[in-house]
Design a protein around this ligand. Structure first.
Ligand SMILES: [Zn+2]
Length: 182
C-alpha cells in the first residue's frame, strides 16, 4: 500500500507505539491500515468415484487444473462462498457440503477452507473463469499440472481418506511455494 485509501496521502511503514510489528500508517490522516490474511473458500466436488476439476482461464496459473475456490466475500458465510465459487467456476450447484480441510498458508497470508460436496447435476461446463471443467477418476488426475500446492494437498488428503471411507475435518499447513514443472 503506497497511498491511504481514505485520504490519498502517502503511507509509511512503521511500528506504532504499543504495537509489535510494522504497519502501514498514513502520513496525512494518521490512520493505521492493518492488513490481515485473506480467506479462500472452495469445494472438492465429488460424483461417485470422480472429482470435478477446472482448468484455470485466469492468471495466475492459467491453463493449470484446480478445485473451485476463491476469496470469501463480505456478508457471506464460508459455505455460501464455497457454493458460489463452485457455481462461478463450473456452472453447477453443489449440495451436502461438509467442512473438510483448513489450510494455513502463512507465507502468502491466506487461509483455505475446503468443503467436500456433491454435484447436484452433471450440467457443469466451461465458464469465464474455467477453460474446461471435467470429472477425473484418481488415476487420471493431472498431478503435474495442478495449479497450487494447496490444491494438490487437498486432493491427496481426499484420496487418502477415501481408502477408509472416512473424511474427518482436519487442519494443516502449506509451506511449499509453486514449483514450475514442465
Ligand atoms: Zn489517510
Amino acid at each position: 500500500m503506497n497511498y491511504c485509501p481514505h485520504c490519498a496521502a502517502p503511507v509509511i511503514v512503521e511500528t506504532p507505539e504499543a504495537d509489535n510489528r510494522p504497519r502501514s500508517i498514513c502520513t496525512g490522516c494518521g490512520r493505521i491500515h492493518y492488513q490481515n490474511p485473506k480467506m479462500v473458500v472452495g469445494c472438492i466436488p465429488v460424483c461417485d468415484e470422480r472429482v470435478l476439476l477446472c482448468k484455470r482461464n485466469i492468471e495466475p496459473r492459467k491453463g493449470f487444473w484446480t478445485l473451485p475456490a476463491g476469496y470469501l466475500e463480505c456478508n457471506e458465510t464460508t459455505e455460501a462462498g464455497a457454493i458460489r465459487e463452485t457455481l462461478e467456476e463450473t456452472g453447477v450447484v453443489v449440495t451436502e457440503l461438509q467442512p473438510y480441510r483448513l489450510f494455513d498458508i502463512v507465507h502468502i497470508a491466506q487461509i483455505y477452507l475446503m468443503y467436500l460436496a456433491r454435484l447436484q447435476t452433471l450440467a457443469f461446463h466451461a465458464t469465464e473463469e474455467s477453460l474446461e471443467v471435467r470429472l477425473f477418476v484418481e488415476k487420471d488426475i493431472p498431478w503435474s499440472v495442478i495449479a497450487f500446492p494447496v490444491i494438490e494437498k487437498a486432493l491427496q488428503h481426499y484420496f487418502a481418506d477415501r481408502l477408509h471411507n472416512d473424511f474427518p475435518f482436519r487442519q494443516d499447513q502449506i509451506t511449499e511455494t509453486i514449483r514450475t514443472r514442465y
